[in-house]
Design a protein. Structure first.
Length: 676
């Protein structure tokens, strides 16, 4: 459904030492991933409570030295369309309020900045109380109190999820205006200021307002929620022309929305097409907020026409605060064909506030891209599926010594690719869906100094030996399971179903020798033991002199077995492997009810006594006692081999006697411990 390849890598363009964390705590349900995060980091060391207390004691209004009322806080390249005067809300209107009659997605209107992506994300946020109450902490305390004006200090604060932690950003209330009107994001109510102040806090994080000119809604959605971003290419997914795929997509978006996720969509545009209108009224290159995903119950006449009782529909909002959609359901008269109770339940708006409904079929027809923010349940004891979350922070760093280098580029660079950071995880019970997110640091704050472009990043998932605990050094002997797209987005997302086994994820930049920081997150059904592979080979320690040190390294891959049906197994078996070497053993997963098992199992051994053979045994799993089905003994002289089929033999004194069945395998041995 989505665009990734198995082996070939091609960089794509978009618009415009690790610390492990494993969470199975109190973050889930709608508010899960945020309510559990009680601690926040003060941005630039500014603590809201202390600063506000100091202002009260001094009977003064706060002036933020970290985001002064200067041009450098407004722009770095293109100045606003007129002389800017910074004003406090009380200087703009007579009765300022943080919220007017609560918070709503209709409160927001885009200003002169090209940050429709941010305003669309704010509209999504306004629909999710569990999320916005985290972004706008102690919001009641921050409200103007006309009865106690002495308590007002002109200071506000907002929380954002920035690169794995909640950051508390303090601002003053001085806002840029031209001719007494707000220049940037503003509410439709002249005396409501939550959206303008939220935008200012986000601009402070990004160094200046102009740094918000151009971006991706999914980045802001993640910063508002601590969720995981997924980009869906509606056009490449053929959702408009493939009804089953379209049904699947609607069900998934409906699930995301109902679980406190957030969605934005847009229509791709070339540079010359930006903000041009389609014949249906929609705008190219413009981010729209998705404010509802619903199945609307139709009246009897419409049911007969559409041949469905409920019609999949989606509600959109234009950050410009006006409606352009001219297609079906844009005429309010059409809604007379929807049952009245249904119209009331969905809160059909009659004001021209930029919000409109369209069928999901039309949404797939006209929109080309969707940004989805998943708020993933990681809390035990809550409703819905629970995920385990593993997080690591790492860096792509240069080093003159190749084995210590950590920026090897994509698999196009075969000789250096495995120099990148490597992370292992285990799938232990059946096929499981795994979610992987790779995020780099946000570069918007570097735009004023000319270095604000995202790196082109991606990752590869490899299936490796069941007992691997050292870094990979040869990719030719490993199975490439999946690769993400390589693209210059802030985050890359993939969902993949993995068979039982051990896997290694390798994140990288597209080009080699490119430095940067990243955060990689993995969600699995059960604890995967997500961890960093740091060592290249067994360490030499004080005991090595007495206990010995490995002389060679051997990899063995067992593909499967055949001919087991000739054994007396009552017509079926549950075979598994045990691979033994120098007192160590590796056991494969059981293959259920088969006499032609496909194991696809690998093991790796660092051998102190290469003269001793490796034994591969086949067993039948039984409730009372497992049954031996044969073995092969690989002689010490066995070095590198092509795929070979060996006859199963008995054990002990009869070890040279054959048993029914053969086993297919490959063996690789090297005296260089960092060759595999």
């Amino acid at each position: 459904m989505f665009s990734w390849t198995k082996l070939g890598f091609k960089a794509a363009n978009s618009e415009a030492t690790a610390h492990p964390r494993l969470e199975k705590t109190c973050a889930a349900s709608p508010q899960s991933s945020i309510s559990a995060m009680c601690s926040v980091t003060p941005y630039k060391g500014q603590k809201y409570t202390e600063l506000k207390k100091a202002c009260r004691e001094a009977s003064s209004l706060f002036e933020d030295p970290e985001f002064p009322t200067l041009d450098e806080s407004l722009f770095y390249r293109r100045s606003p369309p007129g002389p800017v005067e910074w004003k406090r809300p009380a200087e703009i209107c007579g009765d300022p309020r943080f919220f007017v009659e609560g918070i709503s997605s209709h409160d927001l209107n885009q200003g002169t900045l090209g940050n429709c992506w941010f305003v669309a994300a704010c509209s999504c946020l306004a629909l999710k109380p569990h999320l916005w109450k985290r972004v706008i902490p102690n919001w009641k305390e921050q409200e103007w109190d006309p009865n106690h004006t002495e308590n007002y200090c002109g200071i506000f604060h907002f929380c954002f999820w920035i690169f794995g932690e909640w950051v508390d950003v303090v601002i003053d209330d001085r806002l840029p205006t031209i001719d007494g009107k707000l220049v940037y994001c503003h509410s439709r109510e002249r005396n409501e200021f939550w959206s303008s102040l939220l935008e200012k806090a986000y601009a402070k994080l990004s160094a200046c307002y102009e740094s918000l000119d151009g971006g991706n809604a999914r980045d802001a959605l993640v910063d508002f929620s601590g969720g995981v971003a997924e980009h869906i290419n509606i056009k490449e997914g053929h959702f408009a022309s493939d009804p089953p795929a379209r049904t699947w997509l609607f069900m998934n978006l409906e699930k995301v929305f109902n679980r406190d996720g957030m969605i934005s969509s847009s229509i791709t545009a070339s540079q010359t097409e930006l903000e041009t209108h389609l014949s249906c009224g929609l705008v190219r290159g413009h981010a729209y907020a998705v404010t509802a995903v619903e199945r609307i119950r139709l009246g009897k006449a419409m049911q007969a026409h559409f041949k469905v009782e409920k019609l999949p529909m989606i509600r959109m909002r234009n950050p410009w605060g006006r409606i352009e959609w001219k297609g079906p359901w844009s005429d309010r008269q059409e809604w007379q064909n929807v049952e009245r109770a249904e119209r009331e339940s969905i809160g059909l708006m009659v004001e021209d506030d930029g919000e409109f409904w369209m069928t999901f079929d039309d949404w797939c027809k006209y929109f080309t891209d969707a940004d989805v923010c998943h708020v993933i349940n990681t809390s035990a004891g809550t409703v819905g599926k629970t995920w385990y979350k593993g997080v690591h922070f790492g860096s792509w760093t240069k080093h003159a010594v190749p084995i210590l280098n950590r920026c090897g580029g994509s698999m196009n660079n075969r000789e250096t690719f495995l120099q990148n950071p490597q992370y292992a995880l285990d799938i232990t019970k059946g096929e499981k869906e795994v979610l992987v997110s790779l995020q780099q640091k946000d570069m918007k704050s570097h735009r004023p100094v000319g270095n604000g472009e995202n790196l082109t990043i991606g990752f590869v998932i490899l299936k490796v030996e069941l007992n691997r605990k050292y870094r990979l050094h040869d990719i030719l002997t490993q199975e490439v399971v999946a690769t993400s797209s390589y693209i210059n987005l802030r985050s890359i997302f993939m969902r993949e179903t993995l068979r039982p086994g051990r896997y290694v994820i390798i994140p990288s930049t597209f080009a080699p020798d490119v430095s940067g920081d990243f955060m990689i997150t993995v969600f699995t059904d059960v604890d995967s033991g997500f961890r960093t592979l740091t060592s290249d080979k067994p360490r030499v320690n004080c005991w090595s002199r007495f206990l010995g040190y490995p002389q060679v390294v051997t990899q063995i891959y067992v593909q499967g077995a055949e001919g087991l049906e000739d054994q007396d197994s009552d017509g079926g078996a549950d075979p598994y492997l045990i691979i033994r070497c120098e007192g160590k053993s590796v056991q494969s997963m059981v293959q259920k009810d088969t006499l032609v098992p496909v194991f696809n199992t690998g093991a790796i051994f660092y051998r102190q006594k290469p003269s001793k053979p490796i034994v591969v045994e086949v067993w039948n799993s039984n409730a009372l006692q497992d049954e031996f089905m044969g073995q092969v003994v690989l002689a010490a002289s066995e070095k590198d081999s092509v795929q070979q089929k060996l006859q199963l033999q008995k054990r002990g004194q009869d070890s040279e006697d054959n048993m029914p069945g053969t086993i297919s395998l490959r063996v690789f041995t090297s005296t260089h411990l960092t060759s595999m």
